[in-house]
Every structure is written in C-alpha cells, then in structure tokens.
Design a protein around this ligand. Sequence first.
Ligand code: SAH
Length: 477
Amino acid sequence: MRYLPLFLDLAGRRVVVVGGGVIAGRKVDLVHAAGPRIAVVAPALAPPLGARLARGEVEHVAAAFEPAYLDGAAFVIAATDDREVNAAVAAAARARGIPVNVVDDLELSDAILPAIVDRSPLVVAISTAGTAPVLARFLRERIETVVDGAIGRLATFLARWRGRIKAGATDLRERRRLYDWILHGPVAQRLRVHDEAGAAALLEQRLREGAAAEPAGRVTLVGAGPGDPGLLTLNALRALQAADVVLHDRLVSPEILALARREAELVEVGKSASGHSVAQARIHELMVEHAARGLHVVRLKGGDPFIFGRGGEELQYLRERGVPYEVVPGVTAALACAAYAGIPLTHREHARSVRFVTAHCRESIDAVDWRGLARSDETLAVYMGAGTLPRLAAELLRHGRAASTPAAIIENGTRAQQRVLLGDLAALPAIAEAERVGSPALIIVGEVARHAAALGWFGAPPMVAPAAIIGQGLRAA
Ligand code: SAH
C-alpha cells in the first residue's frame, strides 16, 4: 500500500486553496463539506468561486501566491494551471509540515483526494493511488447504486444508541447478535422509511425484553417496469440485491431477474390475462410465509405495482398480518410504451389529459364510462385490451369517438421484440387480428398516436396499416 487512508477533521481549521479557476472551485466544493475556513489565493475568481465568496463561504486573497499565506493551514491544495506555481506551493507547504495536494500531479503531492461516496456520517473513500482515477470513479458509481441514503441514518442512530446497547448487552456474543438484528431486521427497515421514532421504540423494546422478539422478515413490493432493465429504479435494484426470495410475475423479463442477489430464491407466481384470482390468494400466503421465516421478500411486478397490479390488495393483506412493507414504484406500461414508440401522451393542442383504463373481461367492459372515454381531447392508454379490442373499438365509436382517431398497438414495449402497429380506431381490431398481436400489448387511442410514425426511435419502425383498411385520419398525418 503506497498511501495510508486517513480521515482528517478540518472543522474550523484553515485550508488554503491556491488557484481561482473551475478546477479549484471543484476542490473547494469537496473540502467545504468538511467545514473548514477556506482561503482561496488567486488574482481573480471564476464564477463558481465568486458565488461562494458572495455567500461568505470563502475568504479571497486576491494576489499572486506567497509562501506566508500557508501559515496556520491544516491542509493545502494547489490547483493552478502553472506547474511552477504549483511546485512553489508544494515546497512551501512541505517546509511548514502541512500536507499538500497538487491537482493532477502525483509527484508534487503528498496527499490524494479520494473518490468518495458520502452517506454522512458514513463515508467511503476510494483511491487507486493516482494510477487510474476512472477506475475509482467507476467503483464509486457502483457503490452509489447499492448503498442507499439510509445507511447514513443508520450510522447516526447507532452512534446515539451505542451506550445503551453496550449497557444492555454486556456479553460480546449477545451484542453481536443484537447488532445483527438491528442491521438486518426491523430497526433498519424503519430507518429506511424515515420512521426514526419507530426504530427507537423497536430497539427499546428489544433491550427491555431480550431476544424473544421474532426475527421479523419484510416485503418490498417492487415495480419492475415493462421489460427494459434500464428502466428499473435504483431502489428497485437495491431491493433485488438484498432479497432472500423474489416472488415475480410472469411478465417480468429474465434480464431483470438476473439482477437479483445470486443467493435469492426466484419463485414465479405468474398470472396470465385470465383466471388469476385463485393464484392471488396463494401469492398473499407465500409473502407472509416467507416473511414469517425472517426473510426479505421482494414481490416483483411488471410495470408499477399500483397500476392494474393488485398492489393495494397485497399491502392490505400484509398490513392485517403485521408484516412490515415498502413500495418501490415502477415505470408503468403506458408511460414506457408511449416513450419507446415516440407517442407523447399529452399534447398542448390535442390531448389535454390521459387516462389509464383496462378492459380485459366482460365485467370490466360493462363497468366502463364509455361516454367519458370517447372524449376527443383525451388520450386513452388501454391495458390488457388486446383480447377485447373489437368490443372496445365498437363502444368508443358508438359513443362518438371519431372512426379516424389515430390508434396504436404496442406489443412487447421496450423489449427487443417491440412491435408498433399504427392505424385508426375503426381499423384497429382488424390490424390486431391480421398481425396476430400477442401479449403483452398496450393500446393507445388518441390524436397523439399519429406521432409514432415520425417520432418512433426504438426497435423496428412502426407498421402503418395499408390504406385499404384505414380511413383518412392517419393519411392526413
Ligand atoms: N402493473 C403493470 C400492468 C399490469 S396489467 C404496469 O404498470 O404496467 C398487464 C398489462 O400491462 C398487459 O396486458 C399490457 O396491456 C400492459 N403491459 C405490461 N408490460 C407491457 C409491455 N412490455 N408492452 C406492452 N404492454 C405491456
């Protein structure tokens, strides 16, 4: 190891930064977070440092560098673009026994500023001893994605409770078990959802009553998005990487399942377009059974869990049984399919609102407010509608929506096999049949659908239905 990592307490101490440019500004950004008094030595300041000066966050020594400016400093950074000046700064710092960093100059530096992941009070510092800063940044990005902000709150919480924990669990083994329970169990869970009081109450109870408390598992309801793994949120990725069990819908793509923690058990609790009501009760039981064993269950659903995903029912079941849960939203099919087909769901001129509707069975179709749906200035995004498309189109037409209204079917949206079929409302059922549209498919009805012809960018270009089966609506596009 060439350099010893150290964490320097600079609060209230003097730090001198020589240089007033953009690079110096970046170093000041970094150092400022540690609370020192910063003096910037430079004839003039670039705008970012000028703004800090205006806010009273730095002192400006408006002059060329002189060694005496370093007197009393705890740390020095040289960030000018003149190597001679930087060398003079380094020599003056060394003569005074002050550690110095010279930007992009290992030879002149005796301290390196690492790449950091800041989850204060927890901080991860990464250095490649100056050999490959890109590698340090690469690693930092990876750590950023897996370590969420709650780790900092956990560190603060542990610092506050350290004395009580030590007094309450005098035996070292018991204390280790206790910490294990805090880190992996319900206390960390409460902190993740910003319930500090709940976390404190749980720890209080555990200290009072001992290990009798059950190993509490939990459930994270996660939206996996429509298929493209790039549309997962960071929180979804974190949940997958912390999962013991993943209960996933059939719709979730294999690329996304591959992101789960390697040791996690993957269970398909698939449901197809019809007849999944029996399976739903079993899904509820599975979630609770696994959580009762102290496991972290990820309930992974296509799209967003709260859009035609029965997420509400699942949460209700968990709540009734006292199982802690969290929800990670996902990109719902309407948003994703529209984006990947080049269809803006709203438009200043001809789509003032957008509605997400489903029409997958007789019952849901009968319950629909067709008159409302037929409004011409609204975009409709229809989920699970491919099977009932003839009825859907007929009802919309009967209630006054124009036969020439542009309409699109997006099959396998955001996936490699994505297909976009374009036509008008009257022709859509025939198009779907001719092209043998499969599942999953989303239907978009409204003036905005015509934009797919020009704005589509992903996968194969949209298939525009031949003139023989569409009316004039789309031709006008
Ligand atoms: N909770 C999900 C919807 C579940 S209902 C969400 O928020 O997206 C299932 C329906 O979603 C499918 O019948 C289809 O209409 C739509 N869907 C889901 N993924 C899709 C995809 N990749 N491409 C097209 N439609 C999709």
